[in-house]
Write a protein that binds this ligand. Structure first.
Ligand SMILES: CC(C)(COP(=O)([O-])OP(=O)([O-])OC[C@H]1O[C@@H](n2cnc3c(N)ncnc32)[C@H](O)[C@@H]1OP(=O)([O-])[O-])[C@@H](O)C(=O)NCCC(=O)NCCSC(=O)C[C@@](C)(O)CC(=O)[O-]
Ligand SMILES: NC(=O)C1=CN([C@@H]2O[C@H](COP(=O)(O)OP(=O)(O)OC[C@H]3O[C@@H](n4cnc5c(N)ncnc54)[C@H](OP(=O)(O)O)[C@@H]3O)[C@@H](O)[C@H]2O)C=CC1
Length: 418
């Protein structure tokens, strides 16, 4: 089994990095060529078919986090992100998690929730009618996807709820659909629209909205990792990280930033693998507010030996087929690099990366402060923004770090002096 703990990967050249990834993931020469394309894999022609009024494409850096062991399998985790230090932070956390087994992650089956809003009906009577005809509604829904039906997946349950509103009460009919290895938005919407006429017939009401819910609470993922207390930096650092977590648990202003750190990891992997990041963010934010107050998505405690234990639980709707995954060549290759064989496996990887990111940010905050690690890496960006050439960057960066004065202005001054 390939080993993702590749020390000093960041010191390798691009060719060496690609070679390591190629061997790790059994990529073909064509895959590597796609990764080397200057446009990031999407030609304008392709972009023009993906969105409206296209006039270009927009590239972002694609990197890979090393050291990940998730459910006893090693992963190199592709990440698309513009922010420096995120990939380094994920790699570092994954390295520190390895001695205690890495990340243990469990994911629900891929159940999507579709909602059908029914107006102008006798709600109690309508609910009885729907309950009497569940089989017929499910069969009609399942006729909309050959693949899911063949896989023994598809629409499985129907529930009804009465919603009191400021306008008039309404009936909400919810379809629970096992969407297999897809994110499942389109298939859910298709099924909702497909059964709406039957719902209208049964309820003598009028359906209005027929759409999936992005609050995918039947698609929960829970990642846990244990970090050896000595590797974390000793008892004091562990305690300070728990203080940091408690801050996020009890204060919304801190919680939003804490969760942003988690999203650094989650969205970067989501972007690399062609997921719908808006759906992921919307669901995570709602889940963070489930108690009525927005709070930390992760939890941090100590085990009986004083080691640090982190848990991240989120609703997560991701896939390995459908959406842009089959359209964007680089998203396809990133999925191949991960070797993810199911939507559940993809969900486990993404959640583990979120937890890893959270660990490193908290550790940095609870020890040296964020600027030391982050700004060192951000210095390259600043030097580049100041106009430094590739040859000049290293010298300017070293000088700014040495002076502990990392800013665009200082970079400009140094450039003028050189
Ligand atoms: C940046 C580090 C990792 C340096 O940390 P370090 O102590 O210099 O790293 P190290 O020398 O101990 O190296 C350990 C491992 O980290 C990785 N690593 C180490 N350096 C690199 C590098 N250059 N490129 C790629 N990987 C790197 C690499 O895997 C390495 O293992 P090795 O290869 O040596 O065997 C650390 O300071 C850190 O984790 N900082 C936190 C960074 C962070 O969270 N950034 C996010 C941006 S800030 C933000 O948006 C969110 C926030 C912070 O506000 C959230 C919140 O408030 O909670
Ligand atoms: N609110 C939201 O979040 C919304 C999001 N979207 C977008 O929808 C897209 C995702 O929708 P999604 O339904 O996943 O995408 P697709 O419709 O592209 O793909 C899903 C389809 O793939 C086929 N399929 C083939 N193999 C499998 C398998 N192993 N498991 C499951 N399905 C399989 C099935 O179709 P078949 O049975 O025909 O073979 C299935 O319906 C994203 O781009 C998202 O941005 C769209 C609307 C709203």
């Amino acid at each position: 089994m390939p080993d993702s703990s590749i020390s000093k990967f960041f010191e390798k050249t691009r060719t060496e990095r690609l070679d390591v990834i190629k061997n790790f993931a059994n990529l073909s020469e064509d895959d590597v060529k796609s990764l080397e394309l200057p446009d990031g894999g999407i030609t304008f022609d392709k972009a023009d078919k993906m969105v409206e009024n296209a006039f270009g494409t927009f590239s972002l850096p694609l990197g890979v986090a090393t050291n990940f062991k998730i459910n006893n399998k090693d992963y190199l985790v592709p990440m698309v992100i513009e922010e420096p230090s995120v990939i380094a932070a994920a790699s570092k956390a994954a390295k520190l998690a390895r001695p205690k087994g890495g990340f243990a992650v469990v994911a629900d089956e891929s159940y999507s929730i579709g909602q059908i809003q029914v107006l102008g009906t006798d709600i109690d009577n309508a609910i009885s009618k729907i309950k009497e005809n569940i089989k017929e509604i499910l069969e009609l829904a399942n006729s909309k996807s050959n693949t899911l039906s063949k896989m023994g997946k598809g629409a499985k349950e129907i529930t009804c709820k009465k919603l009191d509103t400021d306008f008039e009460p309404m009936l909400i009919v919810e379809l629970l659909i096992d969407v297999g290895d897809a994110m499942g938005a389109n298939v859910t919407n298709t099924m909702c629209e497909g059964v709406a006429p039957l719902i209208e017939k049964l309820t003598s009401g009028k359906t209005l909205l027929r759409i999936l819910s992005n609050y995918s609470t039947r698609r929960m993922v829970k990642a846990t990792a244990v970090f050896d207390k000595e590797s974390v930096g000793g008892e004091k650092v562990v305690d300070n990280m728990i203080h940091a977590y408690q801050f996020a648990k009890h204060d919304v202003y801190r919680a939003v930033t804490h969760n942003k750190g988690i999203m650094n990891g989650i969205i970067a992997v989501a972007n690399a693998t062609g997921q719908d990041s808006r759906a992921i963010e919307a669901a995570a934010n709602a889940y963070a507010s489930r108690s009525g107050q927005y709070r930390s998505l992760s939890e941090w405690t100590k085990d009986s030996d004083g080691n640090l234990v982190g848990t991240l639980e989120i609703p997560l709707s991701v896939g390995i087929v459908g959406g842009i995954i089959n359209v964007h060549p680089v998203a396809k290759i990133c999925t191949k690099i991960l070797g993810a064989e199911s939507a559940k496996e993809m969900a486990c990887i993404i959640t583990a990366t979120g937890l890893a990111q959270n660990f490193s940010a908290m550790r940095a905050l609870a020890t040296d402060g964020i600027q030391k690690g982050h700004m060192r890496l951000h210095a390259r960006n600043l030097a580049s923004a100041a106009g430094a050439s590739t040859e000049q960057i290293d010298k300017i960066v070293s000088q700014m770090i040495e002076e502990n004065n990392i800013s665009v202005n200082r970079a400009k001054e140094l450039l003028e002096q050189n």
